[in-house]
Design a protein around this ligand. Sequence first.
Ligand code: ADP
Ligand code: MG
Length: 604
Amino acid sequence: MQTHKQLFSKLKISTLLDLALLTPTSYTDNNLSSSLTLGQRNIFQAKVTSLNSYNAKLMVKFYLPKFNQTIQGIFFRVSPYHYQSFSVGKEMVIEGKLELYRDNYQIGQPKVVKNIGLIVPKYKSVLKQDDIKKLILTYLSMQSLLDTGLSLEEAEVLMALHFPKDMNQIYHNGSLLAKNIQVLKIVEAFNHLKKLSNKRIDYQAQKALCGNISEFVEGLPFLLTLEQKSTIKSIQSDLAQKERASKRMVVGDVGSGKTMVILASMMMAYPSKAILMAPTSLLALQLYEEACKYLPSFMNIALVMQNKEEGEYLSADFIIGTHSLLYKDNLPTAPLVMVDEQHRFGTTQRQLLESLARDAEGKHAHFIQFSATPIPRTQAMMNSALLDVSLITKTPFEKKISTKVIKKPDFPKLLEHIKVEIAKNHQVLIVYPLVEASDSIEYQSLSESREFWEKRFEKTFVTHGKDKNKEKVLIEFRERGDILLATTVVEVGISLPRLTLIVIVGAERLGLATLHQLRGRVGRLGLESWCYLFTHNESNKRLDAFTQTTNGFDIASLDLKFRDGGDILDGTVQSGTKFKWLDMGQDEEIVAKAQQRVESLPKS
Ligand code: ADP
Ligand code: MG
């Protein structure tokens, strides 16, 4: 005998709703048939009227009082059991598939039914039927379901699925009723969010930060977008708390204006200190320049990088830097810690960063992360119990980027277009799938193509992910290059404002999220731009869909449609959770409803 606890651990489940969601995969209806239906399983009240054996077969005649009809049962493998069970005069309930044989009704191998009048559920699980039924019977009840926070209707649906009284409550024309599916979806979302919210641990903040930002906002040369404003508002209410240190992720497409949110947050922290970490020195430098440009001049801003420092970080109000920050042993503690492009940091760096976000007393800094990897709204909501998420889904100005799928015959035209852009003093990026030639890939590599471009264009620059001089090459290219040849590994983090044309070789090999990141490199400042997806594929629906939108959040949803699941926030968040009923591409309303419900639950 296994204990219930052992059974639960075999099922790998931990909550009552986990159990409730293990719904039966089929049912056997043991209610008596109301008619004689050929070709289907029938179930009859019957009385044996005769027994005959013939050629090792046993023929049993049954009289069905309800239909005033006699039918024949036939057994091919006969044992003493049959003679005993089907002796003349006995009454019983039998079941089996009803057929017509020489104008007579017949059932092959009829079975005697015991659970008459019941609908018997069948479960698919690692446990024996009896074991899982025992668990269901022990733990599931209207009351226990209502106690989890489900509504009356939801609890009723779950009870009906596990303890069915009428098949019409469950199926219609052989498929689960839409109403039941809706309930299973919301229960799935609710259960997931509830589990996450129990996992969330909140820490005391070092300080409440309530610095004034209105002067900063009014001094900007443009109006903030609605989403920038609402994100800033959420951060303001986060930082104003002392009981609970903020844990927020701001997700916004490349160019959606996250830097302004960073700067506004720094203003909120002032006169306390804030630290901002960026994944590369180029990005850190860029952020430093923007901070100096937009923040009031009375503020001390310092830059910390491996081979370069600006300002005195020991006394600065704002410290901006690369991961070099993590290795300074005299770095001041700050009540606000932010990370830009967090998806580009490794786990080790993240762990170090956590310690950076804690002071000597174990109180935490308000912690805000920024990510340029759009995720579908449903996914953001599903993670929100663990981490607050703000989405910036719209860019301040519409980018003018045309995306086209091109093939080999289009190459001469492409070459012409590249010349036109360069003549306008614009720049071109060509992305190859690999550095060296490989048999496994039917596209040219960076090394193979290099000569072609260098012959035709004097200012051709080359770099790739493993290139030690990558950043230097990029800076030089930004100043005076025409064409940059690179691989996808070069997720060019810096802004190349003159870049207006990108060619992605073998585009069908890349995920939509990656294509989107690459395309985001062109037209950064609103110049009309082009993204060419070079492929040998005859037709590709995914690439075609990609050419139709430039919104990263739409693309994340497309990604869900074409693959299964997209990129998720980070390691601290449950990633790649597969849902049985929920469709992350579609069920935004359901997830929102579940989220509200979880938020309204009393804190346990
Ligand atoms: P992200 O970091 O999200 O990729 P940035 O913060 O670098 O984007 O912003 C991209 C560009 O848009 C910058 O040049 C920035 O000055 C500009 N920008 C930001 N917010 C606005 C706005 N509300 N209106 C107009 N331009 C804006
Ligand atoms: Mg940015």
